[in-house]
Design a protein around this ligand. Structure first.
Ligand code: GLN
Length: 464
């Protein structure tokens, strides 16, 4: 099995899946019977496996209950094949922030798989599981999908239950799927979508049969190209978007036109603030969600170490100091600062106001277009370690994915070819609230024009 020691998508042992051919047949007929599913380890499972969020804070944790998305896939006949690696508490864009393991990009083991759902994306790319579950707060399903050459679908906020997702930023977190093709994304989304009494933010709307939306054509669809995505700081004009990715977008416009779509220009003027807004709202919510891991109520505790003698306050300080990694600490500090008395209005409140403007931009754009087309990422997969010492450079990897997250919109990343180094390129389609059908329909029509999604990465050598 492609579980190369030290670089696996999985945390812990991975059993060999039973009957991959049977799983393929099941998926092709739109069910999950016997399908091995790789589950990001921020989604809790009560199957005897740990649920760690890739953090020392939760390293020994075994959940007494299944997340709703896990319950649903298991009820649909799927088998959880393993828990996959991620950036600690889903904070990151490379999976390098994991405290528990390393995962490399199956297309090039010197490169990152993206993040934070890098393990699930790599598992699907290396074909050890045809379906992966991930979570996407600011791009964590779409960005690793782009880096690993697979399909990553983030549904509308509220479409899928968050019950059992270890919370990072509650107004942004959403479960999504990683698959090798769009039809499988439609199948898997159909299984996990729907209201859940255990998540008050899940919305009671009927779940359509997404596979029926895959008509193979995009006749009459208006697809908008937001010009700001090619002008953002660090964007095309100063060489920030890799030329092959820009070319892929140009090619996709032609492809979609040939399939019957009309391409229109749209404007999202507040896009340039999206990363700044995201990196205030997300740490603010994370700092609040992660307050519970204090060594008394939850998580790693110095008090359980036999010789501990300190005060209660020391238990809090020391447990958190030992349990959280550097990126998590950075965000807790940023978020606590943004929420603190005296700074709340200047940072958190202001960010929420700009978030509304970003959402309104999309509403306006959707008066002229049914769907938006953008790159998923400014570059293809970067080298391991390349951005580890530069958090801002790492944050900019999300520049094209965070706007849809802030607005709660559904979006997909689909394979769009390869760059000169042979690394996958991803293209993003963003839809209107609740309109996953149009997103999937256009992604599928585009996918059908190429064979990129059936290309597999080279098989890694088994350790001797
Ligand atoms: N890379 C982004 C971040 O670090 C997105 C993470 C996510 O979507 N979970 O916050």
């Amino acid at each position: 099995m492609a579980n190369v020691s030290g670089s696996s998508p999985y945390l812990g042992e991975v059993p060999k899946p039973a009957g991959v051919t049977a799983a393929r047949k099941a998926l092709d007929s739109g069910i999950l019977k016997g399908v091995p599913v790789a589950v990001k380890d921020i989604i809790v499972t009560a199957d005897g496996r740990k649920s760690t969020a890739a953090s020392k804070m939760l390293e020994p944790y075994e959940s007494p209950y299944d997340a709703t998305v896990v319950r649903k896939i298991v009820e649909a006949g799927a088998e959880v094949i393993g828990k996959t690696n991620l950036d600690e508490f889903a904070m990151g864009a490379s999976t390098e922030n994991s405290a528990l393991g390393k995962t490399v990009n199956p297309w090039d083991p010197t490169r990152v798989p993206g993040g934070s759902s890098g393990g699930s994306a790599a598992a699907v790319a290396e074909r050890s599981a045809p379906v992966g579950l991930g979570t996407d707060t600011g791009g964590s399903v779409r960005q690793p999908a782009a880096f690993c050459g697979v399909v990553g679908m983030k549904p509308t906020y509220g479409r899928v239950s968050r019950y059992g997702l270890i919370a990072m930023a509650s107004s942004l977190d959403q479960a999504g799927t990683l698959t090798t093709n769009v039809a499988d994304a439609a199948t898997a989304l159909g299984v996990i979508a729907g209201p859940d009494p255990l998540d008050a933010t899940s919305v009671d709307r009927p779940v359509p049969d997404y596979r029926k939306a895959l008509t193979g054509d995009v006749k009459g669809l208006k697809i908008g190209i937001p010009k700001e995505y090619f002008e953002v700081e660090g964007g095309a004009k100063d060489g920030g978007v890799q030329s092959e990715i820009e070319e892929a977008v140009e090619q996709a416009k032609e492809d979609l036109k040939k399939s019957g779509a009309e391409i229109v220009d749209v404007s999202l003027p507040h896009t340039k603030y999206a990363v700044s807004v995201y990196y205030l709202v997300m740490p603010a919510e994370a700092s609040s969600n992660l307050a519970r891991y204090d060594g008394i109520r939850y998580g790693h505790s110095v008090e359980r170490e036999g010789s501990w003698q300190g005060s209660l306050e020391d238990v809090y300080f020391q447990s958190r100091a030992q349990g959280f990694g550097p990126e998590v600490k950075r965000r807790i500090m940023l978020g606590t600062y943004a929420l603190s008395a005296g700074y709340y209005d200047a940072y958190y409140k202001k960010a929420m106001q700009v978030r509304t403007l970003i959402t309104r931009d999309f509403e306006k754009a959707f008066k002229d277009a049914d769907l938006l087309l953008t790159p998923t990422t400014p570059t293809t997969a970067f080298k391991l370690g390349e951005k580890s010492d530069d958090p801002l450079a790492m944050y900019l990897a999300d520049i094209f994915t965070v706007p849809a997250s802030l607005a709660g919109l559904p979006a997909i990343s689909v394979p769009a070819g390869f760059d000169k180094a042979g690394l996958p390129i991803g293209l993003q389609l963003i839809g209107q609230h609740w309109d996953e059908e149009t997103v999937l329909r256009a992604a599928h029509a585009y996918e059908q024009r190429h064979d990129w999604h059936v290309k597999e990465p080279p098989k890694p050598k088994e350790p001797q």
